[in-house]
Design a protein around this ligand. Structure first.
Ligand code: PLP
Length: 577
């Protein structure tokens, strides 16, 4: 496949979209993701392949992955590098890309992981860039080893490899029909530097690039000191960079906003919040969705296959879940999911659970804004309400440099001791949250807790995974849940001491935790134990939400509004007759 000394990568259909993401959750045992952003990227690509969208993806190859989490005897997070032979998951390509960092030439190697569609063997290749190439200096070989290093120099080099190296790679492989470079979050914004060098015209660059922002708070927008930017990237930095990316430092979000033809936020509320931050831009909203086949418990899947098999190609039919699903069968399926979770839980924790007890779950990255300890604000009230009636299951990694996040985990360990000693209430923390554990938890818990600070969660997706499996949500009014609870009030509960429009009047931990206790005491517990039929009816209405919060819908929205693809006949739903 050599052509003018290029390694042309052959694909049956010439790709027109290149999706750039710092992390992609390809599979649970491929540790190239840290949380929702990467898992969503994987969900989207696995859906795009089934819709046969001509696409490739670019990310980095993290030899040491994101870390493996263990919890010490006193609740301290211990992180281990993952010993992982990625060469068993990825194929090496005979292609090396040059990149200049601090004026010196380095080489980037390339691996590929093929995402293969369920029908027709359609393929989306994911290219993983690797700095560990013979001849490179030792420090450079290690640059792509870990995901999300906290060191600004290492991060900017990683992002240069992703953006600049990524565009060059596609060029080298003769992908010369790319119409859309999709930046999934600002990390990939250096794509625009390489394109500008190539096309020499900002307007031409803009026509080719789109941007999905996932960060609702200014502090979350990645910034680099201009001294660092010039030192690392030198002559590829555009002359008018300060106009494009901010005066004080290089803001990756601003850069992306200024160099793209289309920008989207990931929920309706996130759009409002983003518009307030950047009023001068035109921004769209495409609410996130989950890939149903990656998140469905095997038992609920079996039930749906029996009752509404069309859901496989048209998830909109899940709207009929409340009328179609049999209560007894749904409860039986849920019990099986719950037994699987509790089997796993009891072999991985010294806190033993009872499968008859209402189980409340919280699983996601541990970081302050998600408020994982909100419900422990008043331990005695929680203990009294929960005694003999509720057990709590937590899981999630804190970034190794996030001391607050790690402290939150340690606190849960302490709260767990207090609640057991005083009320015999079980609070367990499971180690090493990943996609497999997420799958078990979202389906096996009865209630899924989501307590972000208002306007801090762009969307959130774990609650969508819970709803799909008939697990009821209990969430503050933020991200996707603002849309979810409006669509179906029976699908869960909203923790809010007083709604005003789309917002809560108060968001203090004090008020929010009391609102949660009230819901738990007056609604959740009485319904779960006293009105099982109503609980199951609510479960069916949770599944209803999956008719919309799935990525069949989301990817089709990207296809028509962001990627400008023609609606393909092969995407049309088969109408039963
Ligand atoms: C879905 C998922 C997330 C995202 O959870 P949020 O509720 O959106 O924060 C994070 N980590 C893993 C492993 C997931 O599967």
């Amino acid at each position: 496949m050599k052509n003018n000394n290029k390694f042309c990568y052959f694909m049956k259909e010439v790709p027109s979209i290149a999706y750039f993401s710092m992390e992609i959750g390809l599979a649970s045992d491929i540790p190239t993701y840290s949380g929702g952003l990467g898992v969503l990227a994987g969900d989207i690509l696995y859906k795009a392949v089934d819709l046969e969208i001509p696409m490739v993806a670019v990310t980095l190859c993290y030899a040491a992955g994101y870390f493996y989490q263990m919890i010490g005897p006193y609740g301290d997070q211990i992180s281990k590098n993952i010993r992982w032979q990625f060469s068993s998951n990825f194929d090496k390509l005979p292609i090396v890309i040059p990149i200049k960092i601090q004026g010196k030439e380095f080489k980037i190697g390339t691996w590929v992981y093929n995402i293969i569609g369920k029908r027709n063997g359609f393929v989306i290749p994911v290219f993983l860039l690797d700095s560990d190439v013979e001849g490179n200096e030792e420090w450079f070989k290690r640059i792509t080893h870990t995901l999300y290093t906290a060191h600004p120099f290492m991060r900017i080099v990683q992002e240069a490899i992703l953006g600049i190296g990524g565009v060059r790679l596609l060029e080298e492989m003769c992908f010369n029909k790319i119409k859309t470079y999709h930046l999934n979050e600002g990390h990939a914004a250096f794509v625009t530097f390489e394109l500008l060098k190539k096309l020499k015209n900002l307007e031409e660059v803009k026509k080719k690039v789109i941007f999905t922002t996932h960060t609702p708070v200014p502090a979350g927008h990645e910034r680099f000191d201009y001294n660092l930017v010039y030192d690392v990237l030198r002559d590829i930095v555009p002359e008018n960079i300060k106009e494009l990316a901010g005066n004080d430092n290089l803001n990756m979000t601003k850069l992306a906003l200024n160099m793209t033809r289309y920008v989207n936020a990931v929920s309706k509320r996130h759009l409002e919040v983003t518009k307030n931050m950047f009023p001068e831009y035109k921004i769209d909203a495409i609410t996130n969705g989950i890939n149903i086949f990656r998140w469905l418990s095997p038992y609920i899947k079996e039930l749906l296959d029996e009752t509404m098999p069309e859901f496989r190609y048209d998830p909109q039919v899940l709207m009929n879940a409340p009328i179609e699903l049999d209560s007894h069968d749904l409860w039986t399926a849920h019990k099986k999911s719950k037994d699987d979770l509790i089997d796993y839980q009891s072999s991985h924790s010294y806190v033993l659970f009872d499968s008859k007890i209402l189980t409340v779950g919280f699983g996601r990255r541990f970081t302050s804004y998600k408020r994982p300890t909100l419900i422990f604000k008043d331990l005695d009230r929680l203990g009294k309400i929960s005694k003999g009636k509720v057990q709590f299951l937590f899981a999630g990694k804190a970034h190794p440099m996030d001391n607050e996040g790690k402290y939150l985990i340690k606190q849960i360990y302490e709260f767990s001791n207090y609640l057991w000693d005083n009320y015999r209430v079980s609070v367990a923390f499971l180690e090493n949250y990943d996609m497999d554990l997420a799958r078990l938890m979202v389906a096996g818990c009865d209630l899924w807790l989501n307590t972000p600070l208002i306007d801090n969660e762009a969307s959130g997706t774990s609650g969508m995974k819970a709803a799909l499996n008939g697990t009821l949500n209990c969430s503050t009014l933020d991200g996707w849940w603002i849309e979810g609870y409006k669509m179906n009030k029976l699908a869960g509960w909203t923790i809010c001491p007083g709604v005003e429009g789309n917002k809560c009047r108060e968001d203090s931990d004090q008020a929010m935790s009391q609102a949660f206790y009230n819901i738990l005491e007056n609604e959740v517990i009485p319904t779960f134990y006293g009105e099982r039929d109503l609980w199951i009816k609510r479960m069916k209405n949770a599944i209803f939400l999956a008719s919309y919060f799935n990525c069949d819908r989301a990817v089709k929205e990207y296809a028509s509004r962001a990627w400008n693809l023609e609606m393909q006949p092969r995407w049309r739903q088969k109408k039963g007759n």
